[in-house]
Design a protein around this ligand. Structure first.
Ligand code: AMP
Ligand code: GLY
Length: 446
């Protein structure tokens, strides 16, 4: 039985989703399919979520909480790490509002690499060896002694740009100078120097309620700009899942060596973790090792997860907020899914904005979706947030930043999912768009 099916007596919910990227469009798309989603609001959303948007900034916690109280919001869900690390959950809970996500203290798992590393060391969770430095001279002396390859990271949040994999000592020194030189603000006051790990990288997601970690799915992000993992790092140029090398025994191993000990250690430290635990891993020859934690859904991995998830997302997130994940049982669609990110010309250094984007209508069969990220809607109706709305197709949409669309498809096989996703890409009018042609190809049989 799928325990996320609505049961008699369960009430329907008014939901507020906070965020405005591709991940949030994918979450909104899935939430809106739930018979338990009475009403959906997205703050502040993008052109893809226009049917549900409310114009309140992500950092305006008081404004968001006032809105939630006024509209009788039953559950708030937060997409990005910024509001979580800044305490949106604490603010909502203080006002008696139900919200799914970690409070400020627990969000340090993502917000401070040093906090995460210390927790892993304490709990015996496998991760790269590391040292934390507050002093520039000390870190430079350490690097001179240990040499490269090595990984240098800013301690705080740096929008994915705070980690440098240095293959030479010169690159490592340059990274320290850049991070500690002031360009990263408070996030660069401390650096973490890590052992360089080699292996397949994977993103693994669990829903957590403080006690129970419920494994969702794994997916592989494609962080480099260009095909075959060339070019600069980006926010993510596409994802596919589940990865070809993923299997139940590996998931069980990661649950028992990483996810469950993380939850126990957080509870013992007095900061039980509620929310999405995103474990970034490298599968080394010596077993899976944690690269980093994030305290939220991944982007673009969520686009893949949402088209693969068969269970009711409203019931799952409600159980996360209520502490009843131990009673949940998940079901997934068979096959694989692929998300191809279409980005603006010039991404990631800059991006050409205001380019018209025309997306043909996509059948509402749950097999594919064109998720919007940095898009704006110029003109048209807003139907006021009633569930059942969806992707805004056709004219009126313009690009408004780097990653613009997440073109996503599911198939019985990875090859079929790739075929469908790239066929959709071909039908989209987006002059100057850049995208990778090899998303998911790593998972194809050779
Ligand atoms: P992070 O900001 O920690 O997610 O790191 C960004 C990227 O740098 C990761 O996705 C990896 O590809 C790479 N990376 C981070 N830490 C290591 C490590 N210890 N060894 C090898 N690669 C790493
Ligand atoms: N896809 C990586 C992230 O969301 O941080």
């Amino acid at each position: 039985m799928n325990t996320t099916e609505p049961l008699p007596g369960q009430t329907n919910l008014t939901i507020l989703l906070v965020g405005s990227g591709g991940r949030e469009h994918a979450l909104a798309w899935k939430l809106a399919q739930s018979p338990r989603c009475e009403r959906l609001y997205v703050a502040s959303g993008n052109a893809g979520t226009a049917a549900w948007n409310v114009d309140i900034a992500l950092d305006d916690f008081i404004g968001l909480a006032d809105f939630a109280l006024e509209k009788g919001v039953d559950l708030t869900v937060v997409g990005p790490e910024g509001p979580l690390c800044d305490g949106i959950v604490d603010c909502f809970l203080e006002r008696g509002l139900r919200i799914f996500g970690p409070g400020r203290a627990a969000a340090q798992l993502e917000g401070s690499k040093a906090f995460a590393k210390d927790l892993m060391r304490l709990a015996g969770i496998p991760t790269a060896d590391y040292r934390v430095f507050d002093d520039r001279a000390e870190v430079l002396a350490y690097l001179a002694e240990h040499g490269a390859p090595v990984v240098v990271k800013a301690d705080g949040l740096a929008a994915g740009k705070g980690a440098v994999v240095a293959m030479t000592l010169e690159e490592a020194v340059e990274a320290v100078e850049r991070i500690m030189g002031g360009g990263f603000g408070a996030a660069g006051k401390r650096v973490v120097v890590e052992e360089y790990l080699v292996g397949q990288e994977v993103s693994f997601f669990c829903l957590c309620d403080g006690q129970t970690a419920l494994p969702l799915m794994a997916a592989q992000d494609h962080k480099r700009l260009l095909d075959y993992d060339e070019g600069p790092n980006t926010g993510g140029m596409g994802a596919y899942g589940p990865p070809a090398f993923w299997h139940k025994a590996l998931e069980d191993e990661i649950m028992s060596s990483v996810a469950n000990p993380t939850l126990r250690a957080m509870a013992e430290a007095g900061v039980p973790f509620v929310g999405v635990l995103f474990i970034g891993l490298i599968l080394t020859e010596a077993g899976p090792k944690v690269l980093e934690y994030n305290v939220r859904f991944g982007d673009p991995e969520t686009q893949v997860l949402m088209v693969m998830l068969a269970s009711d997302l409203v019931t799952l997130l409600e159980a996360g907020a209520e502490g009843s994940l131990d009673k949940m049982d998940l079901s997934w669609h068979p096959g694989s899914a692929v998300c191809v990110v279409m980005a603006s010309a010039g991404y990631p250094e800059g991006s050409t904005k205001g380019v018209p984007v025309v997306v043909p209508a996509v059948p509402a069969d749950g097999m594919k979706a064109v998720f919007h990220a940095a898009t704006a809607y110029v003109g048209g109706d807003d139907d006021g947030g009633v569930c059942g709305g969806g992707v805004v197709n056709g004219g009126g949409v313009v690009s408004s930043g780097g990653r613009v669309l997440g073109v996503t498809a599911r198939g019985a096989t990875l090859a079929q999912a790739r075929g469908e996703a790239y066929a959709l890409v071909e039908g989209i009018e987006f002059p100057g768009a850049c995208y990778r042609k090899d998303i998911g190809s790593k998972g194809l049989p050779v």
